[in-house]
Design a protein around this ligand. Sequence first.
Ligand code: ZN
Length: 187
Amino acid sequence: MFIGHFALGVATKKIAPTLPIWILLLAPQFMDLMFMPLVALGIEGYELGAYGHDTLDALYTHSLVGAAVIAALAYWIGNKFWRDSNGGLILAALSFSHCIIDLFVHHQDMAILPGNLGDLPLLGFGLWNFEYSVFAIEVAMAIIASVFYVQWAKAEKKGPRWFVGPTLVTAFFVILIAADIPRLPAV
Ligand SMILES: [Zn+2]
């Protein structure tokens, strides 16, 4: 699940109209954003595979405790910049949603404690084994999110250029979806 995280953020625009769309896109991906520097430092890592079959070593950013820490950071950012519009709670919830969604799709690679301290069981229900179903869910989420965003922009954005944001976001989803299609397993 990659597109779905972005979609959830975009779909939130309707209930969080005063938060800019870019932060709503980014917040559900804070965990993956933290993952990247840790990969660069060699602390976490990944090996690309077919769709749904990347091998991930993300024992810090994608641990339950790590996710809670990152959500706390999201809360701090939201509170600092968008306090009046409940930005802290919204960004924290979006950030932590990444962990909940990943728990369903990941292949038992999510730790409870950072670095899998104490060798506790790794979590993940492995829905990624149903590649086409997860992909269909991601596409559906992207469509719903885009429709919500169009509806919101059309109703709320004054001026003739209301469609610019929704068009950019929809194009972004189309690119991500098109990039995933060749990675799907042969039927
Ligand atoms: Zn992730």
